[in-house]
Each structure stands twice: as structure tokens, then as C-alpha cells.
Design a protein around this ligand. Structure first.
Ligand code: GDP
Ligand code: MN
Length: 382
């Protein structure tokens, strides 16, 4: 589960990490009111859970009311990498001289959490890790002992952080690790941790992802999830239907049973030159009603131009799936987007017979089904 920037900043601030003054707003007047209270200049930042918002036009610095209105109007309602922006964070602009990176995550290879520091903050840290891995200093932490103060100091020193800042950056890193541990984090990250002209550090961005399996013991964070979910209608819907769903940026809708099968379908869509619109796993034993819900989800995504079903029957029976697809599609006078189906495994032959070929295209192999769906999507785009 991912917290929004404004939520993660609240969690960080409560733990004592310096953050800029900020307020959430959802309309232009609200942005102006917040900016006046905080004092210009302010940064207006789209609250969607994707990185690289700045480059995509989702972050603007403004000096006065006229600029604030213009920027708020442009950002609110915009489509940012497939996400609809309905809230912005209005934040005291930081006058910075430098941008650092600090983060904590699980190093699965080492089987231990790792704390990281870099002086190359403010840019995509994955790119830094790829191009200049030596620019990221890291320390593995033994979770039984927690982060020793010397480990924080060593990471900060190895990263080449200025002496004057070392104490403050170490303290932020220690707090970040503590939060990651206490709050069942999967990733906690500040990028950039800005350095001001008077050598203060301040968290200008905040990322906090929580291990979903631990949410039951993090009631405060679960409440935030409910609030955050209201941001994206489709993800809210996926929660209601309890689907594993991830929204992507393409136009080929994908429905399958089992995460591996859905991933394979995603890869094949890519292989045949298409772009997946989503990951949607309906799970095992999917009954007709659940299949109808899955179709409803994918049809509700306005980016979707075609849909491919990839079902391998085990516990999930091919005839049940076929019934669900028919029932869902019979409700429409006109099918909103072409649907291609590939059934295999338990009762696939019965399923194929049940499927109404006036409503769907049936293919025998996964390769054919995916290619057909990509063709349909291309026809719509053309
Ligand atoms: P992300 O790109 O989605 O991760 O968004 P960030 O919050 O990390 O912001 C990206 C970049 O916008 C930062 O690295 C800064 O260069 C700039 N930025 C964000 N907030 C401020 C601010 O308050 N003041 C200034 N001057 N720049 C900011
Ligand atoms: Mn960032």
C-alpha cells in the first residue's frame, strides 16, 4: 500500500523529520487560500502516486495569486501518466542549494533492510543506481538490533555529504529507518532531501509504502488507505471487488486468473507491440459474477480499447468463466470494446461452446488471442 505524498509527509513530520509547511487543496480557490496562508512563493504538487511528476507538468512553483490560479487550473483535472489529478499539495517553496537522497528498503538478496544515502538527489534514483552506483552509499541493518548510530554516520560519510550537514542527515536517516521498522514499511524514501542556504535539511518529497499484510496492525495507516483510495475511482472499485489490480498506461485491457498468467499476458501484449492498460487477476475459482465485475472494471477505464481474457482452468472452471462473460456482455446493447477470449484447462471445451461468438472473439492459443487484442486496439487508435 502506497501513501500519498501528503500522507507520508504527515507521518514523517510526526516523527520529527523537518518538512515544509503545506496544505491539501482540491480546487483553485482552495489553492489560493492555502498559498496565502503559507505565503508565496509556493510549490503546487499533484497528489498522484507516480514519480517524475515535475517533468510531467505536475509540479509548479508560483510567486503570486495569478500564477497560482493558472498553475492550479492546469494541474487539477490533468491526466498525469494515466492518473486523474483531483488534489494538490500547496507547499512552502524551499530555497535550496542542493538535493540529497535518503531511503530505506528491503534488500531481498541480502535478506536484510538497507539504508541508503546519496548526494545525487532530486533525480530518478534508479537511474543513479544504474549509471553511477558508487554515488549511493548503503548500510545493511540487522533488524534485531536496529540501526546503530555509527551506521547512519558511516552511510552519510561514505556518500560524501558535507560535514556541516552530517549530523542532521544522520538523524533523518535514523528516524526514517525507525519509521520503516515501526510502521511495517516496504520502502521509505525522501527524494529530494533539500539542503537550504543556511545548511538546514528538509524533506521536499516523501514516499512511504507499507507491507499490506501488516496493515491489520497499522490501523492509522489503513485509515489513510481508505482516504487515499478515493483518489482513483478504478483502484477504489478494485478494492470493493477485492481484485489484484494495477492500472498501467496502455490501451489493451488484461484479465486473467493467477498473477503469473496475468504477467505472462502482459509480456505477450508488449511482445506483439501493444501496451497493457492494466494488470487484473480475478483469482482462483472465479464465478460468473466475479467475471462480470472484472469486465466492468476494465470497461470503466477510458484508456482501454480492447480486452483480452486469459483463463487457465483449475479451480476456476472454463464453463463458469464463459457464463460470466456472456452474462456481462448481454447487458450491453453494444459491446463497449472488443473482447478476445482464450480458455484452457478445466472444462475449456464446455466453455468454448457456451461463449457467444456474437459478443466475443474466441482464440485457441494465447499468442493468437493477444495478437488479436493488440490488432483491435491498434484499429481504434488508428
Ligand atoms: P517527483 O518528481 O514526483 O518525485 O516530485 P518531487 O517532489 O521530488 O519534486 C521534483 C523536483 O521539483 C524537485 O527535485 C525540485 O527540483 C522541484 N521542487 C519540488 N518542490 C520544490 C520546492 O519547494 N522548491 C523548489 N525550488 N523546487 C521544488
Ligand atoms: Mn521525488
Amino acid at each position: 500500500m502506497k501513501l500519498h505524498e501528503y500522507q507520508a509527509k504527515q507521518v514523517f513530520a510526526d516523527a520529527g523529520i523537518p518538512t515544509p509547511a503545506s496544505q491539501l487543496a482540491s480546487d483553485v480557490d482552495g489553492v489560493v487560500a492555502a498559498a496565502e496562508e503559507i505565503g508565496y512563493p509556493v510549490a503546487i504538487k499533484a497528489q498522484v502516486q507516480v514519480g517524475g511528476r515535475g517533468k510531467a507538468g505536475g509540479i509548479k512553483l508560483v510567486d503570486d495569486e495569478a500564477e497560482a490560479r493558472e498553475a492550479a487550473d492546469a494541474i487539477l483535472g490533468m491526466d498525469l501518466k494515466g492518473y486523474h489529478v483531483d488534489r494538490v499539495l500547496v507547499e512552502e517553496a524551499v530555497d535550496f542549494t542542493n538535493e540529497l537522497y535518503v531511503g530505506v528498503t528491503m534488500d531481498r538478496g541480502a535478506g536484510k533492510p538497507v539504508a541508503m544515502v546519496s548526494t545525487k538527489g532530486g533525480v530518478d534514483i534508479e537511474a543513479v543506481a544504474e549509471e553511477t552506483p558508487e554515488a549511493i552509499a548503503s548500510e545493511h541493518i540487522d533488524p534485531a538490533f536496529g540501526m546503530h548510530p555509527y551506521q547512519a554516520r558511516k552511510a552519510v560519510y561514505d556518500a560524501g555529504v558535507d560535514r556541516e550537514l552530517a549530523r542532521d542527515v544522520s538523524s533523518v536517516l535514523t528516524t526514517l529507518y525507525q519509521l520503516w521498522d515501526d510502521r511495517d514499511g516496504s520502502d521509505a524514501e525522501i527524494n529530494p532531501l533539500m539542503v537550504t542556504s543556511d545548511d538546514e535539511v528538509i524533506a521536499a518529497d516523501a514516499v512511504m509504502n507499507i507491507d499490506e499484510d501488516a496493515l491489520f496492525r497499522q490501523p492509522e495507516l489503513s485509515a489513510m488507505e481508505e482516504e487515499a483510495a478515493s483518489g482513483d475511482e478504478l483502484e477504489q472499485k478494485a478494492d470493493e471487488y477485492s481484485f489484484d489490480y494495477v492500472r498501467l498506461e496502455g490501451n489493451v485491457g488484461i484479465i486473467g486468473n493467477g498473477a503469473g498468467l496475468v504477467m505472462t499476458t502482459l509480456d505477450l501484449v508488449d511482445h506483439y507491440g501493444g501496451e497493457p492498460a492494466n494488470f487484473l487477476d480475478v483469482g482462483g475459482g472465479a464465478k460468473a459474477a466475479r467475471i462480470a465485475n472484472a469486465l466492468d472494471m476494465v470497461f470503466s477505464d477510458e484508456n482501454v480499447d480492447s480486452v483480452v481474457f486469459n483463463i487457465f482452468g483449475g479451480i476456476t472452471r472454463g464453463d463458469e468463466v464463459a457464463k460470466g462473460i456472456n452474462e456481462a456482455l448481454e447487458q450491453f446493447d453494444e459491446i463497449p470494446k472488443p473482447v478476445v477470449v482464450r480458455l484452457a484447462g478445466t472444462n475449456w471445451e464446455e466453455g468454448m461452446e457456451i461463449l457467444n461468438e456474437d459478443l466475443v472473439t474466441v482464440e485457441q492459443t494465447l499468442e493468437d488471442a493477444v495478437q488479436r487484442a493488440v490488432e483491435y486496439a491498434d484499429e481504434v487508435k488508428a
